[in-house]
Design a protein around this ligand. Structure first.
Ligand code: UT7
Length: 329
């Protein structure tokens, strides 16, 4: 990123559905245990959307809360970006549904698909619109209803995922959190590492595909594990090198697996007080994960001690994709 005006985070909000699915609940669904899930992932429970509750419903509430925290109204929004891999429909976009539910003007609105890295991709895109003057306030939503693509007969993946939504307003007027750099990457050679095989143009949703449970997510967990640790380390190191003059305040990583976060933490040589972790309560919510963690950290006052310091958000996921956003608080 270079040139142009400034962009920063003006407000944030999140929404988690009420229903809790605990590890003990999972013991009744598949051959697993609270002990295995806790020690292998750090997850204790996750939230599950109510029947009929869609990604746009959760995203709209998160957006309303972000607007409130920013002191803005739907009328102030110039563009909506929604990062999701679990849209309400293949089309129209979830962003259009949120535009309608919020009662915004006839502004641009589109979805962005980068799986767990989606929120990084979306903030990166939003900051370009704001910095070049095309928009003053961009609503960026990360929202997922992963329970609808989770195979609850597959213990290797089902225990990981939850539903939820988070949102920020990327604005040219902000008190804290200037976006000082962003970084996004992809490597499509790894497209099968995390995939929903059926339901797209490559493999339409036929009775045969459904009987093979191909409408659900398939995950090569061990491969993702190694990829995630090395990418998290690399992304944080890059941000620290780019902003060597700014002291590290906090890292807000994708909430993927506590062991992945802790391995990266050890390789980076940072301490727990520099990390935002909430995976024990929500599991992995893909594009919503950093959005929720960021909002919770902000409301808990975790950024109060970060004045002038660097806040690095970083994510990695299906695609394969990875990316980061660096803020000067
Ligand atoms: O955001 C991107 C998407 N997220 C991810 O892809 C997550 C990244 N990967 C991971 O978090 C971890 O790889 C997992 C949590 C998915 C798996 O942990 P692991 O330590 O890599 O376990 P593993 O796959 O090597 O499996 C070890 C054993 C296997 O049994 P055997 O073959 O050793 O007898 C599995 O069958 O654990 C077994 N296992 C389970 N046992 C109890 C796998 N899932 C479960 C389970 N409960 N839920």
């Amino acid at each position: 990123m270079s040139g142009g005006g400034h962009a920063g985070i003006r407000g944030s909000g999140c929404y988690l559905p009420e229903r809790i699915l605990s590890n003990h609940d999972f013991e009744k669904i598949v051959d697993t245990s609270d002990e295995w899930i806790t020690t292998r992932t750090g997850i204790k429970e996750r939230r599950i959307a109510a029947p009929g509750q869609a990604t746009s419903d959760m995203g709209t509430i998160a957006a309303q809360r972000a607007l409130e925290s920013a002191g803005l109204t739907p009328n102030d929004i110039d563009l909506i970006l929604v990062a999701t891999v679990t849209p309400d429909y293949p089309f129209p976009s979830t962003a259009c549904l949120i535009q309608h539910k919020l009662g915004c003007r006839e502004i641009g609105a589109f979805d962005l698909s980068a799986a767990c890295s989606g929120f990084m991709y979306a903030i990166s895109t939003a900051s370009q619109f704001v910095r070049n003057g095309a928009a003053k306030n961009v609503l960026v939503v990360g929202a997922e209803t992963l329970s609808r693509v989770t195979d609850y007969s597959d213990r290797g993946s089902a225990i990981l995922f939850g539903d939820g939504a988070g949102a920020v307003i990327v604005s040219n007027e902000f008190a804290h959190g200037e976006i000082v750099s962003t970084e996004i990457h992809s490597d499509g050679a790894g497209f099968e590492t995390i995939i929903v095989p059926a339901g797209g143009s490559a493999k339409p949703l036929t009775a045969e595909a459904i009987s093979a449970r191909e409408q659900y997510m398939k995950l090569r967990g061990r491969e993702v594990f190694k990829f995630a640790v090395s990418r998290m380390v690399e992304l944080v190191e890059h941000a620290l090198a780019r902003h060597a003059d700014i002291e590290l305040g906090l890292v807000v990583p994708h909430q993927v697996n506590l062991r992945i976060i802790e391995s990266a933490r050890d390789r980076l040589g940072i301490t727990d007080d520099k990390l935002v972790v909430n995976i024990e309560r929500y599991g992995n919510t893909s594009a919503a994960s950093i959005a929720i963690a960021f909002d919770e950290a902000r409301r808990a006052g975790r950024f109060d001690a970060c004045a002038g310091k660097l806040v690095v958000m970083c994510a990695f996921g299906a695609g394969l994709t990875w990316g980061s956003v660096a803020l000067r608080w």
